[in-house]
Ligand binder design. Structure first.
Ligand code: PEP
Length: 249
């Protein structure tokens, strides 16, 4: 049975008091669920998020990390720093990191390796741009993102990997992949992983969908066989919406 996950990526939103308020709202409304629930506040609020969530079943995860262990990288955050405040999971490869901060597949190999070497679980994001989909190139683009960043891994490494398929044209746009489009791509991703790493890895890896998931569309997307949950951006910023999405799984 694959792990179901609903993860909220807060991006560069919520200062300290807003972080505390949203977390307290989530605690107050949190349903009992078979899914793992995760939230990714900004770096400066990670420590306080752990304090507020102590004793509650919501995992605090990080939005990013630097690929080096330490050193002269002004403004950056290392895997060890994340671990030291209690973080066990990090999002890597988000399309905003790729688009605005120049993160390449090659850089992501280094980040993936550093995360795994530090026992951090990874939510690895990837997905095609609109022009890839309209030109019919979306499957080969997604395959190349997986191959370039993850095909060097060992089978055992996959215990620490969650995949998040996020078509760039659906992120923050209000445009959502249809449940059928999501299922078609998730099945392709699972087969790609199974062909390379074996059917056990393919069957076990959780594949999340991300891209304008909201209360109104979550249930039909999550109902698809190869969709194991969601990475949620905008709708994770309102407790009631995030809770409704958790309830949809
Ligand atoms: C995201 O940034 O990972 C995301 C899916 O955002 P949104 O839900 O706002 O499209």
């Amino acid at each position: 049975m694959r792990r179901k996950i609903v993860a909220g990526n807060w991006k560069m939103n919520n200062d300290l008091s807003e972080t505390e308020a949203l977390l307290n709202d989530l605690i107050a409304q949190m349903p009992s669920t078979h899914a793992s629930v995760m939230v990714a506040p900004t770096f400066v609020n990670l420590f306080q998020a752990f304090t507020v969530l102590k004793g509650h079943d919501i995992e605090v995860i990080a939005q990013n990390m630097h690929q080096e262990e330490n050193g002269a990288y002004t403004g950056e955050i290392s895997a060890k720093m994340l671990k030291s405040v209690g973080v066990n999971t990090v999002i890597l490869g988000h399309s905003e990191r790729r688009a605005y901060f120049g993160e390449t597949d090659e850089l992501l190999v280094a980040k993936v390796n550093t995360a795994l070497a530090n026992d951090l679980e990874i939510v690895f994001c990837f997905g095609e741009e609109l022009e890839d989909r309209t030109s019919g190139n979306h499957f080969s683009l997604v395959e190349s993102q997986l191959r370039n960043a993850l095909f060097h891994l060992d089978v055992a490494d996959w215990k620490g990997i969650v995949l998040a398929y996020e078509p760039v044209w659906a992120i923050g746009t209000g445009e959502t992949a249809s449940p059928e489009q999501a299922q078609e791509m998730h099945a392709f991703i699972r087969k790609t992983i199974a062909d390379k790493f074996g059917s056990e890895v393919g069957d076990e890896v959780s594949i999340l969908y991300g891209g304008s998931v909201k209360p109104a569309n979550a249930a039909e997307i999550f109902a698809k066989e190869d969709v194991d949950g969601g990475l949620i951006g905008g709708a994770a910023l309102k407790a009631a919406d995030f809770i409704a999405i958790i309830n949809a799984i």
